[in-house]
Design a protein. Structure first.
Length: 323
């Protein structure tokens, strides 16, 4: 059982799922886990709170929110021995789908106390004077344009439906300019780019079957066909897992991606609008360990490893004690 568990909660991301958060926390505390809840107040605050939790001796630091909250939390765990836990409360919760984390509150609480963990290797997006970690994907093109224009209030009310609504609104407004992309030094042009650490996009929707978030490197998807018809076709294929078969889609593996033009086009990372072009994308300097459990449907390629021996005394066979 973890000695100390800090939970970093994004109340904006988790407003519609507050009941799930407290169900998980009640289960943890009922079984003797010492939990401290830290609530974020603004963008970037989760990173500060994660640093505080690391300095305070946390064994597990839990990000309770969406993928953006997870990325901010990971950024504050650099150099820490703490492991990362997730209570998925966001709109898409792509990383939770990636690692097959359970949705049931009790099963999720059990998973958070597990001795088993997997590697999560984040990416790093940067400009000359700015950088940010991401855990799932970076997008430039039509998807980033939609994310940049979405109304936060509508997103809170409609969840994923807000993206569908905004997509339909923006189809006739976006000009689909040609992007200049360098993939490990080779130049390409495309109407859109997704640089993905994981297999999924927008939820449990397959886009990059060869992606491995447990290793360095990225899957790079170049959408070579622009225009509203191509964007609409991609959106229709996404829920059925057929995106990898989209006409005009080029898939590459890479360790370094630079997207340089046109300048000032919006960039989204983990579902949040974060910056504008130009940007470069590389692996973060080091990975973190993500807590998983027996209830997680982990792909065979995501190798499990036990908690280091010096921390094993805080575990009881990876299960919650008692009935």
């Amino acid at each position: 059982m973890p000695k100390v568990m800090f939970v970093i909660h994004n109340p904006t991301a988790g407003r519609r799922n507050a009941g799930k958060l407290w169900a998980v926390l009640d289960c943890l505390m009922d079984h003797g886990v010492s939990v401290r809840v830290l609530e974020t107040r603004s963008g970037g605050h989760a990173t500060e709170l994660a640093r505080y939790a690391s300095r305070s001796g946390a064994d597990v630091i839990v990000a309770a929110g969406g993928d953006g909250t997870i990325a901010e939390t990971v950024a504050g765990m650099t150099g820490s021995a703490a492991r990362l836990g997730i209570i998925p409360l966001g709109t898409a919760n792509v990383l939770a789908h990636e690692f097959g984390l359970p949705s049931d509150s009790k099963a999720l609480a059990v998973a958070l106390t597990s001795a088993e963990s997997v590697t999560l290797w984040p990416g790093l997006i940067q400009r000359a004077d700015w950088m940010r970690l991401f855990v799932q994907m970076v997008g430039v093109g039509f998807d980033a344009h939609v994310v940049d224009h979405i109304d936060p209030g509508v997103k809170r009310c409609l969840g994923r439906g807000a993206y569908v609504l905004q997509t339909l609104r923006e189809l006739s407004r976006y000009s689909f300019p040609s992007l200049r992309v360098s993939v490990d030094g080779t130049d390409y042009h495309a109407a859109g780019v997704i640089v993905s650490k994981g297999r999924f996009y927008g939820g449990p929707y397959l886009v990059a079957p060869d992606a491995l978030p447990v290793e360095p490197g990225f899957s790079v998807l170049l959408f070579e066909n622009g225009g509203a018809f191509s964007a609409l076709r991609a959106g229709l294929l996404l829920p059925f897992g057929k995106m990898p078969h989209l006409s005009g889609l080029r898939s590459l593996r890479a360790s370094c991606v630079e997207i340089t033009a046109p300048e000032d086009l919006p960039v989204q990372a983990d579902g949040d609008s974060v910056e504008t072009l130009p940007v470069s994308i590389r692996d973060a300097p080091e990975p973190v360990r993500l807590v998983v459990g027996a209830g997680s449907d982990i792909p065979a390629a995501f190798t499990l490893s036990p908690l280091p021996a010096e921390h094993a005394r805080y575990q009881e066979n990876g299960k919650m004690p008692g009935p």
